[in-house]
Design a protein around this ligand. Structure first.
Ligand SMILES: NC(=[NH2+])NCCC[C@H](N)C(=O)O
Length: 402
């Protein structure tokens, strides 16, 4: 068995994070909705909170990689650099005149400066050369959009087995993020032996929807972000490659509060999840396995919609997938779900990082024998994402034999 990620709870060895930076300083009350933030975070405090998150990971022996550091190193490579610039310039709002001068401008930047422009964006008033397009845009319009949601590294790639899948993000505000993750995986020396198994130009799939319930069993949420066609494409990809024997497609409500499967359910032990109580009774799943006739197009065998916990336990080969009984009243449950109470990051079985503010959910987890490592997230949480959303595991140890 190689490196990579095969489960949700195997001891975490390496994780990719993004320390929030200047891209968050671009948020205003006029653009925060489009940029998928529910408020304007106090950036310095968000950085402190994030440093706290990185520190608890390091304290547990986890190697923390930073996306911008990897990107900066990637952009030292001439090919990666020209690809990055080409991709950025495909934006149809630019026009050929601006595209040409911008190409020269970006081409002259140091890799670290280019990293900043690619992540924090470029405002019209920061770019000195006048073109027809820039003279018609407002001073504070963006020529290159900022990517404040890079913070949620979970979504722009997900490791499945030995290799990463670059995802295909549904919201326009995030679509460019995956060009950056693809560049890193394609060109950074650290990933020279890895080949992405999915691409940003494919059907929509976001990493927050992908849960490795067990080695060989993948759940894929289908809702606001991952489309049915995206789930089908990823299922086919992993089944054909032998990366999973069973995929569960899990419909979730198409609304902001439940934008990804990991906003309602995350694993805290090899056979246990913490789940938003208000939906636990109705979460269902369709089991997908390799079909018998791959040459006739019916290469997938698709089951009936059945209770999620039942299908999951069956696929995982266990008697029961336990749900930690949070026993919360519906209103407290709804408040803590909104603040990512169910979005925990397991660093090993029965040890999970969680936002400290969700006191009720955390107390119930502790009572059930789960060690909760609390982190502050009052500013980070304004982007609607918790510890699992803010982390992309790159390597987890195999689970010890049970
Ligand atoms: N895996 C997650 N739940 N990610 C949360 C992403 C939050 C982000 N603001 C968005 O709307 O896309």
């Amino acid at each position: 068995m190689g490196k990579g990620v095969r489960t949700e709870t195997g001891k975490l060895r390496t994780v990719m994070l993004h320390r929030p930076g200047d891209e968050l300083r671009r948020l205003t009350p006029r653009n925060n909705d489009t940029l998928l933030f529910d408020g304007l975070p106090w950036v310095d405090r968000a950085q402190e909170e994030h440093d706290g998150f990185a520190q608890v990971l390091r304290d547990r022996g986890v190697e923390v990689l930073y996306l911008t550091q990897l990107l900066g190193e990637t952009l030292n490579d001439g090919l990666a650099r020209s690809r990055a610039i080409d991709l950025t310039l495909t934006d149809k709002r630019l026009g050929d005149q601006l595209r040409a001068v911008l190409r020269d401008h970006l081409g002259e930047l140091h890799p670290d400066e280019l990293t900043t422009v690619l992540t924090a964006g470029l405002r019209n008033d920061e770019f000195p050369t006048r073109t027809l397009v820039t003279s018609l845009l407002a001073e504070d319009d963006f020529i290159i959009d900022p990517l404040p949601n890079l913070l949620f590294t979970r979504d722009s790639s997900v490791w499945i087995g030995d290799d990463p899948a670059v995802t295909s993000l549904a919201m326009p505000a995030r679509s460019r993020e995956t060009q950056l993750t693809e560049l890193i995986y394609d060109h950074h020396p650290r990933f020279a032996d890895n080949t992405p198994i999915y691409g940003w130009d494919r059907e929509h799939v976001e990493g927050g929807d992908v849960l490795a319930l067990a080695d060989g069993v993948l759940a894929i949420g289908v809702g606001e972000r991952t489309t049915p066609a995206g789930a089908e494409r990823l299922a086919r990809t992993v089944l054909e490659a032998g990366l999973a024997h069973t995929v569960l497609a899990v419909p979730i409500d198409q609304q902001r509060a439940t934008m990804h499967l990991d906003t309602v359910c995350t694993m805290v032990d090899v056979d246990a999840v913490v789940m938003y109580p208000n939906i636990a009774h109705r979460l269902s799943a369709v089991k997908v396995t390799a079909g018998p006739h791959s040459d006739h197009g019916d290469d997938l065998s698709v089951g009936e919609l059945r209770p999620f916990l039942e299908v999951a336990a069956e696929a995982m080969g266990i008697d029961q997938l336990r749900v930690i009984d949070t026993g919360l009243d519906p209103v407290t449950a709804e408040r803590e779900q909104w603040d990512d109470g169910n979005n925990t990051l397991a660093v090993e079985p029965r040890v999970a990082i969680a936002y400290e503010r969700n006191t009720e959910t955390n107390a119930r987890l502790e009572a059930a024998g789960i060690e909760v490592i609390p982190i502050a997230g009052s500013e980070l949480g304004s982007g609607r994402g918790g510890p699992r959303c803010m982390s992309c595991p790159v390597e987890r140890e195999p689970l010890p034999p049970s």
